[in-house]
Design a protein around this ligand. Structure first.
Ligand SMILES: Nc1nc2ncc(COP(=O)(O)O)nc2c(=O)[nH]1
Length: 274
């Protein structure tokens, strides 16, 4: 059964929903609303990871996310913190987060893996090829799927060496991170092989550029792809990712993905939400 991870970006500049929930009360309300719509857990982030985004100081990041994490965890929500900073990860776990979601897989902050090992929390080790400002500069592969698998295996080894047991690891192919266009489809086509590596797998395609490029503009000759169409495309990828056996999908529009998973499960004769 694939879980749904809802996204709460407490940032002014995230690529798809920047500024909508960048104050504590709005972010908490949004996280609760995502759970009401069917999110099994919520990912709270305080630093945009969109291409070209500037780094945010850990102090500012913590000021943004900790009050939100405290309130959601106190309300019984399973919370992950989306951060590349060990100090934020530790503070978030102390505030009630159960998972540290590091899009750099422990590469951005050399303290991250050992810090998370000591907290006892789970960690998302995402495939990453460098900071947002140059993430496409590093998008060169001979065989994107093989290289992503090999590099994820390296992060698993590093996490194990730091004292994190496999049961606390979650891996993520990093869709849109150090990958452009068809390279993302190349990774998604091989998702079963990534699931076969061993740890739980999280996938985040939600509203991302590669989906918009595949869909094409809303109007002929235009250059915008509506959130509605991106969310529909995301819901389709959620069903396909679930069929590949992933542990969870990370989405902005929880309702669309829940409905899509429910239809797919009914088609297969299961329906967890009956
Ligand atoms: N584990 C994981 N975390 C992520 N955090 C941010 C974004 C992109 O930014 P967003 O928060 O606006 O979706 N994508 C991912 C992802 O694909 N996987």
């Amino acid at each position: 059964m694939t879980l749904i991870m809802g996204v709460v970006n407490v940032t002014p500049d995230s690529f798809s929903d920047g500024g909508r929930y960048d104050d504590t009360e709005r972010a908490i309300a949004h996280g609760m609303a995502l759970c009401a719509r069917g999110a099994d857990l919520v990912d709270v982030g305080g630093e945009s990871t969109r291409p070209g985004a500037d780094r945010v100081s850990p102090d500012i990041e913590r000021a943004r996310v900790i009050p939100v994490i405290e309130a959601l965890a106190a309300a019984g929500v399973t919370v992950s913190v989306d951060t590349m900073n060990a100090s934020t990860g530790v503070a978030a776990v102390e505030a009630g987060a159960r998972i540290v979601n590091d899009v750099s897989g422990g590469l951005a902050d050399p303290e991250m893996l050992s810090a998370v090992a000591e907290t006892g929390a789970d960690i998302v080790l995402q495939h990453w090829r460098g900071a947002s400002s140059d993430m496409y500069a590093n998008a060169r592969y001979d065989d994107v799927l093989r290289e992503v698998i090999d590099e994820l295996a390296g992060r698993i080894r590093a996490a194990a060496k730091a004292g994190i047991p496999p049961a606390r690891m979650i891996i993520d192919p990093g869709i849109g991170f150090g990958k452009q266009g068809d390279q993302n489809w190349g990774v998604l086509r091989g998702l079963e092989r990534i699931v076969g590596i061993g740890p739980r797998v999280l996938v985040g395609t939600s509203r991302k550029r590669f989906l918009a490029e595949t869909l094409g503009p809303d109007e002929p000759g235009g250059d915008t792809v509506s959130e509605r169409r991106r969310d529909l495309a995301t819901a389709v990828t959620s069903v396909l990712a679930a069929e590949a056996g992933v542990w969870a999908v990370r989405v902005h529009d929880v309702g669309a993905t829940k409905d899509a998973l429910r239809i797919a499960e009914a088609w297969r004769g299961e329906d967890r939400w009956k």
